[in-house]
Design a protein around this ligand. Structure first.
Ligand code: ADE
Ligand code: ZN
Length: 322
């Protein structure tokens, strides 16, 4: 077994954020949309900082305008992820981008995505599940509508609810109603926090939203008492080191805290977040972790066990994986 073909469990991944630039460029051309400003000279997505990253992300996403577009996107992404050895993937889906939070439209988008996922499972052996995600900088009212879409479609495919976007917008408590609604619908809960915000943001998120997992959460490392709390309570961190380094949260791999958090007993997992935006793939993440921290097959097997235990899918699905 090499690192390449270790069966990988990925828990933190944005569907639109995984769109290959070539696909977005093709779709824009077919629709006569000019989004040339989002690409750099190498043809990849280009941005200066996190705020511009969010703008570029939304501009790329604006090209995806129908359930068929999402079906095509899902097929391409799952083929690529399976080639990286990913056997189970949880992806963030936003009713904001899929039909503007209209329940009927959302159901149509979801149907198209699920069909594509079903096909990919048969052909490539990869299982996809969805986490409905509100966008923090769109505000609490839209988050409520998003939570209603999530609650209405909770089931075998939609297994979780989360929040992404600008961590600086509002306070986690502003979104408590949406998370309460999702919890009542039986969904697993995760929130982006401690990517840009410090340990206080992670504490506030845990208190206000009572999530099972934290997206990123890496800046918890700045507060030893919080690190102990995470270790004791078994809160799982969805760590995306390549994303953090590409966006400038950390300057390089040796300064990334994933290994320190893991050694302190925190349950860490490894994901790509938005792979083409960050010039990464699951294999690259594993290779860099092995090079930087000396992680071996045993370490990655442990990481994947943690990830599978923390997956939001039902027990039958979990039993079928690996
Ligand atoms: N949406 C897509 N990628 C994100 C990230 N890294 N942080 C917050 N929101 C996001
Ligand atoms: Zn993310």
């Amino acid at each position: 077994m090499t690192l390449s073909n270790i069966p990988k469990i990925e828990l933190h991944h944005h569907l639109e954020g995984a769109a290959p630039p070539a696909l977005i460029r093709d779709m824009a051309k077919a629709r006569h949309l000019d989004i040339s400003g989002i690409f750099g000279p190498d043809g990849g997505y280009a941005y200066r900082d996190f705020v511009q990253f969010l703008d570029i992300y939304e501009a790329a996403t604006s090209v995806l305008q129908s359930p068929d577009d999402y079906a095509r996107l899902t097929a391409v992404i799952l083929e690529e992820a399976a080639a990286e050895g990913v056997v189970y993937l949880e992806t963030f889906l936003s009713p904001d981008f899929c039909g503007g939070r209209d329940l009927l439209a959302w159901r149509e988008y979801l149907h198209a995505i699920e069909e594509a996922a079903h096909h990919a499972q048969a052909v490539h052996g990869i299982t996809l599940r969805g986490i409905v995600t509100c966008i923090r900088h769109f505000g609490p009212d839209k988050a409520r509508e998003t939570a209603l879409c999530a609650a209405e479609t909770a089931g075998r495919f939609i297994v979780g609810f989360g929040i992404a976007g600008d961590e600086g917008a509002g306070h986690p408590r502003d979104f408590a109603w949406a998370f309460d609604m999702a919890r009542e619908a039986g969904l697993g809960l995760t929130a982006h926090a401690g990517e840009w915000g410090g340990p206080g943001a992670v504490r506030d998120t845990l208190e206000a939203l009572r999530v099972d997992r934290i997206g990123h959460g890496v800046r918890a490392v700045e507060d030893p008492a919080l690190v102990d709390h995470l270790a004791e309570t078994g809160i799982v961190l969805e760590v995306c080191p390549g994303s953090n380094i590409a966006l400038g949260v950390y300057p390089d791999w040796p300064s990334h805290p994933i290994d320190r958090l893991r050694r302190a007993g925190v349950k860490v997992t490894v994901s790509t977040d938005d792979p083409p935006f960050f010039h990464t793939t699951m294999r690259r993440e594993y290779d860099r972790l092995a090079e930087t921290f000396g992680w071996d097959e045993g370490d990655f097997a442990q990481i994947n066990r943690v990830a599978l235990d923390a997956a939001f899918c039902d027990a039958d699905t979990r039993a079928e994986i690996v």
